[in-house]
Design a binder for this molecule. Structure first.
Ligand code: HEM
Length: 156
């Protein structure tokens, strides 16, 4: 019975162009790991859809090229990562997106991420937000939303 249900769930999840299939999972905005902001001020501070796209692309580019954490991204599905990160940021910033990705626990479970890796990733995100001209207070409000996800991302 279970294999049949999983196969059904998988067939209901088409693989977007350029991406690899992943094991079936239940889609939910709750998978994004944070409640979204109220109102539009954070969405505007991040320069809406075009700004979020530039920030995520700059962030992922920095992570891939990073001397400390770059190795963790080798061989991963970066097309999917860019898409789901854009959805996640847009959802949390209350930009009107749904998040279709996996939970933070599920997505990072086999990566062996340590606290030092998380710290480097945060610096890379700060650089990407600064390059977009996101005001400092808005950067910090966003980082405060991501901070509790550490428990699901970092190995204990
Ligand atoms: C709060 C911090 C973090 C957030 C919000 C975040 C967000 C995400 C999201 C949305 C995905 C895609 C989920 C999916 O494919 O369904 C993902 C996957 C991934 N993340 Fe993170 N992440 C965080 C921390 C980290 C850290 C610290 C690293 C490594 C230094 C990392 C490396 C990766 C990699 C390599 C993948 C791809 C995994 C795969 O395709 O199987 N992430 N992350």
């Amino acid at each position: 019975m279970l294999p049949v249900l999983l196969a059904l769930a998988a067939s209901a999840m088409p693989v977007p162009p350029g991406e690899q299939p992943v094991d079936p999972y239940a889609q939910s905005d709750a998978n994004a790991g944070a409640m979204r902001f109220q109102g539009q001020s954070m969405w505007h501070a991040f320069h809406e859809q075009a700004g979020v796209q530039r920030i995520v692309d700059g962030f992922v580019d920095r992570d891939i090229a990073d001397p400390v954490i770059g190795e963790i991204f080798k061989g991963q599905d970066i097309v999917r990562l860019r898409r789901t990160l854009k959805e996640q940021f847009c959802y949390i910033l209350n930009g009107g997106c749904a998040y279709s990705g996996r939970t933070m626990k599920e997505a990072h479970k086999n990566l062996g991420i340590q606290i030092k890796d998380m710290n480097v990733l945060v610096v890379n995100l700060q650089k990407a937000m600064a390059a977009e001209g996101v005001p400092f207070f808005a950067q910090n409000r966003f980082l405060a939303k991501l901070a509790p996800m550490k428990k699901d991302v970092v190995v204990r």
